[in-house]
Write a protein that binds this ligand. Structure first.
Ligand code: URP
Ligand code: ZN
Ligand code: ZN
Length: 471
């Protein structure tokens, strides 16, 4: 069996950091030992490959629990990263597990949606992957199918309070689904924006001739994210189900999550790098292509309203549990479909490669501790989505998904440098300190000394447990 000893680095887990040596045998970490001990010396005398991580952190591979690869969003617009290109780009940035979505639209059977998505990803991924189910048609059969999926290892389900006429579920449908989640131990994920009210504002804006990109943001005010988050929390409380708010962008929504968590309710939330760094003023409120490139939902928020500081604070205080990307990139020709009318722009941004680095920048600026960086990028997302004991920690027995991370490397983000299949970048020109030097997935190098050595098909489909008892 192949053995590798990573030595000289500082091992960082969500519990803290210490200088240690990491032994990988086959696909697993089998020991984390103090340098200089008899065990460490024994390992060095063995046939293990020695990898020097001096000056670097050794961290668990990132777990990005919210991505959309090759997602057909509207006629003529499919997210541009495939399972192949998107998982390779993720690996470049130190992410070794992604969770994408199988989507059940109206009239489609849950089973067919899952099988179709599994066939698309099969043999394509460079890193391990799994699926949530996005449910757009809640009825007796789909609720029954939820039970079967949980048995099979799909243990999280996304519902939408937005997008009436498409993905939207009403409160009764959501409550019924939450009751099934409470019975099965599954996690309910919620897109919490009040879509009914948003559509009124959207139609009024368009009738008044306001069709530029910035109106995408102005017609989705943060109060309507706060309202929907409150309603989702109330419904989850009635059903007794755990709840995970996806892509939380607004201070009002975080306030509701704090309220629920302070009462001891099993409510969790993720935010995304775009809400921590980008804004309505600097992103959406630009003419033409520059504006539409920044359209995503929820929208980038007004800097002047102070959401970003609140979100960073939420990450520090554990009111926000996870940072995912909601990676859903569209190339310029598809973003341009709505250059004259924001309603026709496919929603989503490309960030899968940069999540670990953008959050490490929070360590550099003093917003987060090193341990908290690892917690929100790897440990907690693994635990909340049924990968506990396998992913998200550098601990004996876990999968050898490891990143040798150079905290002193500098980089400038942009489309010429990135590996995502995307012809522009909302991160163009952003300068960061820190970069993944080498990335290992289940004992196999995917990136070695900034060279890509991965392959499509290395990544395995993960069946997941129900989330670890929630805190
Ligand atoms: O704009 C976004 N977020 N696109 C992806 C779909 C979703 O709602 O997560
Ligand atoms: Zn969503
Ligand atoms: Zn999404």
């Amino acid at each position: 069996m192949k053995r590798t000893l990573i030595h000289g680095g500082t091992v960082v887990n969500a519990t803290g950091a210490s200088v240690a040596e990491v032994l990988v045998e086959g696909q697993h970490v089998t020991a984390v030992v103090q340098p200089g001990t008899e065990l460490a010396q024994q390992i060095r005398r063995s046939d293990a490959d020695l990898v020097d991580a001096s000056g670097c952190y050794v961290v668990p591979g990132g777990v990005d629990v919210h991505v959309h690869l090759q997602l057909p969003m509207m006629p003529g617009a499919t997210s541009s990263d495939t399972f192949d290109t998107g998982t390779a780009a993720a690996a470049w940035g130190g992410t070794t597990t992604v969770i994408d979505f199988a989507g059940q639209l109206k009239g489609i059977q849950v089973r067919d949606a899952v099988e179709e998505r599994q066939a698309e990803a099969d043999g394509q991924c460079a890193i391990d992957y799994a699926f949530h189910l996005s449910m757009g048609d809640v009825h007796d059969q789909s609720l029954k199918d939820m039970h079967a999926l949980v048995e099979e290892g799909i243990t999280s389900f996304k519902f939408f309070m937005a997008y009436p006429g498409a993905w939207y579920s009403d409160d009764g449908q959501i409550l019924r689904a939450m009751q099934v989640a409470a019975d099965t131990g599954a996690m309910v994920m919620m897109h919490a924006e009040n879509g009914i009210a948003i559509d009124v504002l959207r139609d009024q804006a368009v009738a008044a001739g306001q069709t530029a990109a910035v109106w995408h943001g102005r017609t989705r005010p943060s109060a309507l994210e706060g309202e929907a988050t409150h309603r989702a929390i109330a419904l989850a409380s009635v059903a007794g189900a755990p709840l995970y708010i996806v892509h939380l962008s607004a201070a009002e929504a975080l306030q509701q999550v704090v309220w629920a968590r302070d009462r001891g309710q099993n409510v969790f939330a993720e935010t995304c790098p775009q809400y921590l760094y980008l804004s309505l003023e600097a992103g959406l409120d630009q003419p033409g292509l520059d504006g539409v490139r920044h359209i995503c939902s929820p929208p980038l928020r007004a800097q002047a309203e102070g959401h970003q500081d609140t979100l960073w604070r939420g990450l520090r205080t554990d009111d926000l549990s996870v940072v995912s990307t909601d990676h859903c990139p569209f190339c310029d020709n598809e973003k341009l479909l709505g250059v004259d009318d924001f309603r026709n722009v496919p929603n989503g941004l490309g960030t899968i490669e940069h999540r670990m680095d953008l959050l490490h920048q929070g360590v550099v600026t003093g917003e987060l501790t090193l341990a908290r960086w690892v917690d929100v990028c790897s440990t907690t997302p693994a635990r909340l989505f049924g990968l506990q004991g396998r992913k998200g920690q550098v601990v004996a027995g876990f999968d050898a998904d490891l990143v040798i991370y150079d905290p002193t490397a500098t980089q400038t983000l942009g489309s010429a440098a990135h590996h995502m299949n995307l012809d522009h970048s909302v991160w163009e020109g952003v300068e960061l300190t820190g970069q993944a030097r080498s990335v290992m997935s289940r004992g196999t190098w995917v990136v070695k000394d900034r060279e890509y050595v991965g392959r499509p098909g290395h990544g395995r489909y993960l069946t997941r447990a129900t989330p670890e008892p929630l805190r």
